[in-house]
Design a protein around this ligand. Structure first.
Ligand SMILES: NC(=O)c1ccc[n+]([C@@H]2O[C@H](COP(=O)([O-])OP(=O)(O)OC[C@H]3O[C@@H](n4cnc5c(N)ncnc54)[C@H](OP(=O)(O)O)[C@@H]3O)[C@@H](O)[C@H]2O)c1
Length: 323
């Protein structure tokens, strides 16, 4: 197993937001690889679902409650893992929420809750595990950011701002904890079909308000996002594998991009001159939104006049839509 830490020395892993989606798959996959996993859930009612999924996959894991917006639950979960397992080797910062809607349509309450969960909550768990990792002289903090943490987009500005924030602290953390033998790693998935796109979609209350001047454009952007995510070939297990690499590689990278469209668009942003990137990546999308906006402000078209529906934006263009 060259270049990898032996599984048996890797130690206990705490995963946040493991009731569903990428967190659940990551917890199960890591347990399948033989790592001792402490899967944490926001809501105790989902504990049985996780245990059932583990039994179906024939793996054992411990399930604890941890709500990112409840500091006492964070302390309690970290203390339980340390008491039971003797320490924490890796933290997987996965739990989080989405918020979809144009910035003017968002309420302070919605934005505050988003930042409290994705930014302050993630930071709080990270701070809670660091003393234990420092004492052990080793550890991994793996944060599931997003391609949306590198490139923002229409209708997901607040969500992307939380992912940019995670990128900001994840990168600084890497420098701060390296002398203690701890690594901070950012995982950047593109769009992947999970409960994030259904029950946990997080559409802001004002986004679909008939009075919103952005409504028609938002609806058009959501249609594009749904088409992309429906066709996405990136799977939750791809994220789980990247997390496993981040935890077990002797020298993990600071960033792992997950999914081909996400890698393509991040490379485009890196290598194309900014105006060209904007034209190529955002141009067709923006034209589509302008048409949606113009359609909404014009009187209804004559139904005899034929189908004037514009062609859909190219769904292969990357992670547009806010992964
Ligand atoms: N799916 C994608 O396209 C995609 C792409 C890039 C990055 N990501 C990121 O990957 C991570 C997981 O996304 P996902 O697609 O798996 O989303 P998901 O299906 O919505 O799952 C999110 C998980 O986070 C939990 N959670 C929500 N609020 C929480 C809180 N206050 N405290 C603790 N846990 C909480 C949820 O628990 P409840 O259901 O009980 O609320 C759930 O277990 C997120 O950080 C997301 O931003 C997702």
């Amino acid at each position: 197993m060259s270049g990898r830490i032996q599984q048996r020395t890797a130690g206990p892993v705490l995963v946040t937001g493991a009731s569903a989606g990428l967190g659940l798959e990551t917890a199960l996959y890591l347990a399948e690889q033989g790592l001792p996993v402490h899967a944490t859930v926001r809501d105790d009612a989902t504990r049985q679902d996780v245990l059932r999924a583990a039994a179906e996959r024939n793996v054992g894991l411990r399930v604890l409650r941890l709500d990112l917006t409840d500091p006492a639950s964070i302390d309690q979960a970290v203390r339980t893992v340390v008491d039971e397992a003797g320490g924490i080797y890796a933290l997987v910062n996965n739990g989080g929420i989405g918020l979809r809607g144009c910035l003017e349509d968002l309420s302070d309450r919605e934005v505050r809750h988003l930042f409290e969960t994705n930014v302050l909550g993630t930071l709080a768990v990270t701070r809670a595990v660091l003393p234990h990792m420092r004492r052990a002289g080793r550890g991994r903090v793996v944060t599931i950011s997003s391609v949306g943490g590198r490139i923002s987009s229409f209708g997901v500005g607040a969500y992307c701002a939380t992912k940019f924030a995670q990128e900001g602290f994840g990168e600084a953390l890497a420098l701060e904890v390296a002398p203690f033998g701890i690594r901070s790693v950012l995982i950047e998935p593109g769009m992947i079909k999970t409960t994030r796109w259904t029950t946990n979609r997080g559409v802001a209350a004002g986004a679909l308000d008939p009075g919103s001047p952005y409504r028609e454009m938002f609806v058009a952007a959501e249609e594009v996002a749904d088409r992309i995510v429906d066709r996405s070939r990136t799977r939750p297990v791809d994220v789980a594998k990247a997390v496993h690499r981040a935890i077990t590689a002797e020298h993990p990278r600071m960033r792992y991009v997950v999914g081909r469209p996400a890698s393509v668009v991040i490379r485009m942003r890196r290598f194309l001159p900014e105006p060209l990137f904007e034209r190529v990546y955002f141009g067709p999308f923006l034209r589509r939104l302008r048409r949606a906006h113009a359609g909404a402000t014009k009187p209804p078209a004559d139904p005899q006049a034929g189908d004037a529906t514009p062609p859909p934006a190219d769904p292969r263009a990357g992670a547009r839509g806010g992964a």
